[in-house]
Design a protein around this ligand. Structure first.
Ligand code: 6GU
Length: 244
């Protein structure tokens, strides 16, 4: 997969050199390039923002540097069709595990990191010809810019690419893979500071262990995220789940 990120703080994205995603880049599974928006300015002060029409607080990102940067990303695209352009914004659609899976199927993703009060809206209209433009939010709170959101989204998508996570089975039993939160996990010692572990986990009875974990997933989800239970497809929950 090819990923391009445009930002006025390219150093923010240095974390993508580390850990699993850094390894995926080294292994050639992910071709990730970060671009400095300021290198697409043409004035002496490398200006990327200006005051908002209509007044109000804060600054707005000027359209022309964005058009030049995004044109360059589009020109270099290896994709057949329009690449997906994610525009991180608290005013976007909420990013989910399902969205991560869908994005992991794409050959080319681009991210446009806004700062200040956002990017001149006309850029998104203009970019529609070159990209499948999607404003996306991490959730209902406000960050200062899109960079931290891109770190989260690239990690969530990148770990789904074939070969990035060593044991693909670990993608199956994690939170949100089946619409529920994951079950609690324990490791040695079995007695730690006076606390034991659920005895079923020592039973060697795999059917009972599976049922215990399923019950815990349901109990946890009901307690912490009841909203997720509403969204489950009909028939997902067994009688045993409902009794848990
Ligand atoms: Cl994607 N961007 C910004 N600036 N703030 C956010 C966000 C994104 N998601 C939640 N808050």
């Amino acid at each position: 997969m090819r990923i391009d990120v445009v930002s006025i703080f390219p150093e923010y994205l240095a974390a993508l050199d580390l850990s699993l995603i850094g390894k995926a880049r080294q292994d050639g599974l992910l071709d990730l390039r970060v671009h400095d928006l300021r290198s697409y300015t043409t004035d002496r002060h490398r200006t990327v923002d200006d005051t908002p029409y209509g007044g109000g607080a804060g600054m707005v990102m000027k359209p022309e540097p964005w058009a030049l940067a995004l044109q360059s990303v589009s020109d270099a695209s290896p994709a057949d069709g329009r690449p997906v352009l994610i525009v991180p914004s608290p005013a976007g659609a909420v990013f989910t595990q399902q969205m991560a899976h869908e994005l992991a199927e794409e050959s080319h993703l681009a991210f446009a990191c806004g700062r200040y009060e956002g990017i001149d809206e006309r850029v998104l209209e203009w970019a529609d010809e070159l990209f499948d433009v999607r404003p996306v939010s991490l959730g209902d709170y406000v960050l200062n810019g899109g960079e931290v959101a891109v770190l989260a989204m690239v990690e969530a998508v990148g770990r789904l690419l074939p070969g990035v996570v060593g044991n693909p089975a670990s993608l199956v039993e994690e939170s949100h893979s089946d619409g529920l939160l994951e079950y609690p996990v324990y490791t040695k010692p079995s007695d730690w500071r006076g606390r034991g572990i659920p005895e079923v986990l020592l039973s060697g009875n795999h059917a009972r262990i599976a049922q215990f974990r399923r019950d815990e997933q349901f109990r946890r989800t009901a307690q912490r995220r009841p909203d997720l239970l509403e969204g489950l497809p009909a028939g997902t929950l067994s009688k045993a789940d409902l009794a848990a």
